[in-house]
Design a protein around this ligand. Structure first.
Ligand SMILES: *Cc1c(COP(=O)(O)O)cnc(C)c1O
Length: 399
C-alpha cells in the first residue's frame, strides 16, 4: 500500500479481503486510473447526457455491442432493463411505472436463477412493477417450459450468470435466447461478476449487465450494454423509477476509466501473481493435520482460481466455520469466502490483495491453526448458533 491506511482513524477494522469482490466489504480496490479520473472531475461541472454518450461509446467498444450507459449498480440495471422492455420509449409509461396497466408486464426467470446476491434477483424485477414468472424447478429447466411460459403479456426474460445459481440442469444461454427470440422476447443477462464483457451479447442477449465495482475495479456503479433501441428505453427510466438509482459524474467517469484500464491491463501478469499467492497458501497449509488445500477453478469460468481449504475437525481441532471466524477476528482480520462453509470448507480468493498481504494471510492461517491444535477439545460452535449470530447482528444495527 502506497497510501496511509485511514481505516484505524475511522475506527474501522483493517480487514484483509480473501473473500471476493463483496459489496459488504467495500467491493474492490479501485484502479488508480479511476481514482485519478474521479478526483479530476469532481470539482467540475459536466453535462451528464454528454458524459453518458461517452460512456455509451466506451461500453459499446468493450462489450462488442451498440450502446450502453452507467447506472447506480448492476442491481439497478436489472430493474431499469426490465422497465425499458415494458415501456419502450413511451415517456408517459416511464412516468407511470411501477403501474404497468396496459403494458406487457411478465418477466421470465428460471427457478434455478432465483438467487440472492445480497438482495433477491426477483425483487429487482418486481421493483419495476413487473410480475416474475418462474420457469422450471429449482434444479431443472427445459426449453418446453420456457416456451410454454411465453404469452402475449411477456415483456422480457432475465438470465443470471453467477456462482450463486444452480450450476447444472438449466437451459444454456444459447438455447434460452433462441427460444425467447423466436417469440419476440428480449433477453436481459445479469453478468454482474463476469469478466467476459462480450460473450453473452455475442450469444444473442439483448442486454448484458455488469457491476463496475467488481472485477473492473471501478466506482460503485452498474453497466448496461446492448442494442441501441432497448438501451435507449432503459436509459429513459432515469426520468422515472431510475431517479432513485442515480449515478453521478464520478460513477460514470470512474466506470469509463476502469473500462479503459481493463482494456490495457496485464491480465496474464495478474493471473501469474494470483497463482503465486495460491502456491504460497497451498505450501503453508499442506501437511497440517486435518487441513486439505485444493486449487479450484472459478465455477462460472472467470479466469481465476481459488484455494479451497477443507477442514477435518478431528485433525485440525476446529471446524471450518470456527476457523473462518477466528481468522476474521484479532488485530489483522482475514475475511475468507465462507458461503458454503457448512460443507466443511472455505475458499481463499486471491483477487483483492495489496502486495504483501498474501504473506499476512499465510501467517494468520498458521497462527489460528496452531492455536486450534493446542486446544484439548475440538472447537466446534453449532452451525445454528453461528447463523443466528449473524442474523442478530443485522437486527442490532446500528449498535
Ligand atoms: C453482485 C451481483 C449483483 C449486484 O450487483 P451490484 O452492482 O452490486 O448491484 C447482481 N447479480 C449478481 C449475479 C451479482 O453477483
Amino acid at each position: 500500500m502506497t497510501q496511509k491506511d485511514i481505516r484505524p482513524d475511522l475506527g474501522l477494522r483493517p480487514i484483509v479481503n480473501v473473500s471476493g469482490t463483496m459489496t459488504s466489504l467495500g467491493a474492490s480496490i479501485v484502479v488508480p486510473e479511476a481514482v485519478a479520473a474521479v478526483s479530476a472531475i469532481l470539482p467540475q461541472f459536466v453535462e451528464i447526457g454528454d458524459l453518458q454518450k461517452k460512456a455509451s461509446r466506451v461500453i459499446a467498444r468493450l462489450c462488442g455491442t451498440e450502446a450502453g450507459f452507467v447506472t447506480a449498480s448492476c442491481s439497478a440495471g436489472i430493474t431499469l432493463a426490465v422497465a425499458g422492455a415494458m415501456t419502450g420509449c413511451d415517456l408517459a409509461a416511464v412516468e407511470r411505472l411501477p403501474d404497468t396497466t396496459g403494458l406487457k408486464n411478465e418477466v421470465l426467470l428460471m427457478t434455478g436463477h432465483m438467487v440472492s446476491y445480497g438482495a433477491p434477483v426477483e425483487q429487482g424485477i418486481r421493483l419495476a412493477g413487473a410480475k416474475v414468472v418462474p420457469v422450471g424447478q429449482a434444479t431443472s429447466a427445459y426449453g418446453y417450459q420456457l416456451n410454454g411460459a411465453i404469452n402475449e403479456r411477456t415483456a422480457a426474460a432475465v438470465y443470471v450468470i453467477s456462482h450463486h445459481t444452480v450450476q447444472y440442469g438449466l437451459i444454456p444461454l444459447k438455447e434460452f435466447v433462441e427460444i425467447c427470440h423466436a417469440r419476440g422476447v428480449p433477453v436481459i443477462v445479469d453478468a454482474a461478476s463476469e469478466y467476459d464483457l462480450k460473450g453473452f451479447l455475442a450469444t444473442g442477449a439483448d442486454i448484458a449487465l455488469y457491476s463496475s465495482h467488481k472485477f473492473l475495479g471501478g466506482l460503485t456503479a452498474g453497466i448496461v450494454a446492448g442494442n441501441t433501441e432497448l438501451v435507449r428505453a432503459t436509459y429513459m427510466q432515469n426520468m422515472g423509477i431510475g431517479r432513485g438509482m442515480k449515478v453521478g459524474k464520478e460513477g460514470i467517469l470512474g466506470t469509463i476509466a476502469a473500462l479503459d484500464a481493463w482494456e490495457k491491463r496485464d491480465h496474464a501478469g495478474i493471473r501469474e501473481r494470483e497463482t503465486r499467492y495460491l502456491e504460497l497458501w497451498e505450501q503453508t497449509l499442506s501437511g497440517r493435520p486435518g487441513v486439505t488445500p485444493i486449487r479450484e477453478a472459478d465455477p462460472t469460468n472467470n479466469p481465476l482460481d481459488r484455494l479451497k481449504v477443507a477442514i477435518e475437525p478431528k485433525g485440525a481441532h476446529i471446524t471450518a466455520w470456527d476457523l473462518a471466524d477466528a481468522l476474521a477476528s484479532g488485530r489483522t482480520p482475514i475475511i475468507v469466502r465462507d458461503h458454503e462453509v457448512e460443507h466443511g470448507y472455505f475458499y481463499l480468493d486471491p483477487c483483492n490483495l495489496h502486495p504483501g498481504q498474501e504473506a499476512i494471510v499465510a501467517e494468520r492461517l498458521v497462527e489460528e491453526l496452531e492455536n486450534a491444535r493446542q486446544s484439548n477439545e475440538i472447537i466446534a460452535t453449532p452451525l445454528e448458533t453461528r447463523r443466528n449470530r449473524s442474523y442478530q447482528a443485522i437486527m442490532r444495527w446500528p449498535d
